[in-house]
Design a protein around this ligand. Structure first.
Ligand code: TXA
Ligand code: MG
Length: 407
């Protein structure tokens, strides 16, 4: 009967995973899959046609290189050893065990402590592209290096292993949109452009912001993009005590720093609504601040707030806006703004990400997308102190999403 599993009828829960691996092996249609950071849009990194499928599905500029996702270190080592150009006249390559005995580990020693400590996990390392690399040239977009990451997500690693190839994968959003942390976000952006989204469920993207991109091949080593692994954590590793930031947030912070990851120069993480960021410590308690912010919205006032701990109590911006609207003759009832004649004049939508920065990182992209879905005109976001850990990544994404920053 159909209910009794047989050897030809594997676990039906794994069917989408096998289907995804099959698509990755045999077609050039990219597959979206969850990782512990954000959803990725993957393709076989060794096939040009497959990698080009990623760029066209996303509408991504072709000069922005992709991260190569690996399931284990042997897969990475195979990408670091020069592969001879295929030439039928040539002698076959020497045996692998011989090579392994004679050659040192092709992974540069500077990365060994990082790999031990942070892999699998939200860290991407830049590695030298060997001569005659097996990677499709589209992956590296003419950089002399490639970025590699071993994701912590077991689902992601299983997919890579089943596909039998390293997977090039950018975040699975349409270019410039906030990164996806749920399968529905991927579908909202890419429906009709891709065939399959593996759904990792509610907890798949536990980190919520992308991986930290580091370059250990330069001196001093550098962070090219802040992410799930913090600067302080990196500094705790041998050889990384002097790591520097080689990115700019777009608010004048990191002045003089030339962003080195090509992706860091683009507009990014943008919902359709205007985003106004209030840096941590910004004084919103002065009388009139709330009204000054929403007055320019005119007749229809649909406002979203993203709170990160400080605006909760009376005195925070949402509270001030509500109080000042009431003073101006509106009625605010459960987030709905009514005019004096009782007609709906707008709304006030409030997303509370809580005061814990890990929770803020986890919920940030979903909050931006949710407020967009509610069609707010403006999103006011409360910043976090960017001194530590993942807070740097949160503020980097917020500064890029924001069209205005109040400092
Ligand atoms: O967490 C993540 O890293 C996610 C998940 C899917 O793994 N991926 C991701 O990929 O965020 P993407 O393409 O959205 O961002 C990759 C960033 C870009 O800023 C890109 O410019 C930079 O890494 N990058 C990749 N390879 C590079 C290279 N060889 N040199 C410099 N920057 C590189
Ligand atoms: Mg991205």
């Amino acid at each position: 009967s159909s209910s009794s599993p047989s050897s030809e009828d594997p676990d039906p829960d794994l069917a989408p995973l096998h289907e995804a691996a099959h698509l990755l092996r045999t077609t050039s249609v990219p597959v979206a899959f969850p990782t512990e950071t954000v959803y990725g849009l993957g393709a076989d990194a060794t096939r040009s046609d497959a990698v080009r499928g990623i760029y066209s599905a996303k509408g991504r500029p072709s000069d922005n290189p992709l991260i190569v996702h690996i399931s284990d270190l042997s897969m990475l080592r195979s990408l670091l050893s020069p592969s001879p150009p295929s030439n039928p006249q040539q002698e076959p390559t020497p045996h692998h065990h011989q090579e392994a005995n004679n050659n040192p580990d092709p992974i540069p020693p500077i990365y060994h402590p990082l790999i031990t400590r942070f892999w699998p996990g939200p860290l991407t390392i830049l590695l030298p592209l060997p001569p005659h690399s097996r990677l499709a040239p589209e992956v590296t977009a003419s950089q002399p290096t490639f970025g590699a990451r071993m994701p912590a997500s077991a689902l992601a690693r299983t997919l890579i292993a089943l596909a039998g190839a390293p997977l090039a994968a950018p975040s699975a959003n349409a270019s410039t949109r906030p990164s996806p942390t749920a399968a529905s976000h991927v579908r909202d952006d890419l429906d009709g452009r891709i065939e399959l989204v593996l759904d990792g469920g509610a907890c798949a993207c536990a980190v919520g912001v992308e991986s930290t991109v580091v370059d250990g091949l330069c001196d001093p080593p550098a962070v090219l993009r802040p992410g799930g692994v913090g600067m302080e954590e990196l500094r705790g590793c041998a050889g990384w005590e002097g790591v520097v930031a080689a990115y700019r947030d777009g608010d004048g912070k990191g002045g003089g720093v030339v962003p080195r990851a090509p992706g860091m120069k683009y507009k990014h993480y943008s919902p359709r609504a205007r985003v106004v960021l209030f840096e941590a410590g910004y004084e919103v308690t002065a009388a009139g601040v709330g009204m000054a912010e929403v007055e320019p919205l005119g007749e229809r006032k649909a406002v979203g707030f993203i709170r990160t701990g400080g605006w909760g109590a009376a005195g925070g911006l949402p509270w001030r806006v509500e109080a000042e609207w009431e003073e101006a003759g509106f009625v605010v009832k459960e987030g709905v703004l009514l005019g004096e004649d009782g007609t709906v004049r707008g709304g006030l939508f409030d997303v509370d990400l809580g005061g814990n920065v890990k929770g803020v990182a986890h919920g940030l992209f979903a909050a931006l997308r949710e407020l967009d879905r509610l069609r707010v005109d403006v999103i006011f976001v409360e910043g976090v102190n960017d001194e530590t850990d993942i807070a740097a990544a949160v503020m980097n994404r917020l500064r890029k999403a924001a069209s205005e920053v109040r400092t």
